[in-house]
Ligand binder design. Structure first.
Ligand code: ZN
Length: 268
């Protein structure tokens, strides 16, 4: 599932390929993928250009040279691909922006959980969806204030996009592992030191994932993510084990979500 690091990679790709070229038209294979009527969307985008982007958590907003934005929601498997010739058209490019210069941007929607739509005011949209600041934008004081007032397990609080935007399931496990905090510890009971450790780990884990373009195999070997067994076979010796103390990882459910932790280093 595309999380903050993947969406940041897509944002950079979008900026490198698709800015400042007039849009000739937009082809949409299935209008279920739109949150704005096709006629309105198509009319609004025609002859306009994308001029910039903004990412908040997993949401990508593309700014037009007009008073509105296009919101991309990547669903479970969304991706972007820039191409020119129709023979290079990627499979699942169910929405295609055709630029006046002959190039095209495909929005790949393999499972049709992806969405685009026109947004007039990004801040109001985020507020209406209860999405707080992005994990790389929030300050320690802002995060500290929220964590100090929440009585739920810290894992559930961090997954809640109204706390901070862009923290998904593996990221929160990695952050709490690196901060040596048990995922079921109640948020308001955390010490100031632990809250600072969470804040710093959050920034470090996300920045590392962005730098590695979300290629899990290239993450440092002391990351807990390798215990999940997502990497290549070279990483097989790390599956199911704590990369620090080699102890078997514990797998529990917190708020219904599968949770990995090191039982000797993350204590309640
Ligand atoms: Zn350990």
């Amino acid at each position: 599932m595309p999380e903050l690091p993947e969406v940041e990679t897509y944002r950079r790709y979008f900026e490198e390929t698709s800015l400042n070229q007039p849009i000739a038209d937009v082809l949409v294979e299935d209008t279920k993928l739109l949150t704005t009527d096709y006629d309105i969307l198509s009319q609004k985008l025609k002859n306009k250009s994308f001029i910039g982007t903004k990412r908040v958590g997993k949401n990508l907003f593309a700014q037009l040279d007009a008073p509105f934005w296009l919101h991309f929601h990547f669903g479970m498997t969304g991706d972007l691909a820039y191409f020119r010739d129709n023979e290079d058209k990627p499979r699942f490019a169910r929405i295609i922006f055709r630029f006046a210069n002959g190039f095209k941007l495909g929005f790949l929607c393999p499972r049709k959980f992806e969405r685009i739509g026109i947004i007039e005011n990004v801040d109001e949209y985020l507020k209406s969806k209860k999405i707080n600041k992005d994990a790389l934008e929030i300050s320690f004081d802002e995060l500290n204030d929220i964590l100090s007032h929440r009585k739920a397990p810290i894992k559930s609080v961090l997954l809640d996009q109204s706390t901070v935007a862009g923290i998904g399931n593996w990221i929160v496990d990695e952050v709490l592992f690196q901060a040596r905090v048990h995922p079921e510890k109640l948020s308001f009971q955390l010490s100031d030191n632990k809250k600072m450790a969470i804040f710093e780990s959050m920034r470090f884990v996300i920045q590392t994932a962005i730098d590695k373009q979300a290629n899990y195999d290239e993450f440092p070997t002391d990351f807990l993510i390798h215990a999940r067994g997502w990497g290549s076979t070279q990483m097989a010796q790390l599956i199911g084990k704590c990369p620090n103390c080699n102890e078997k990882v514990q797998i529990i459910k917190v708020g219904g979500r599968t949770t990995f932790l090191c039982p000797s280093q993350q204590k309640l």
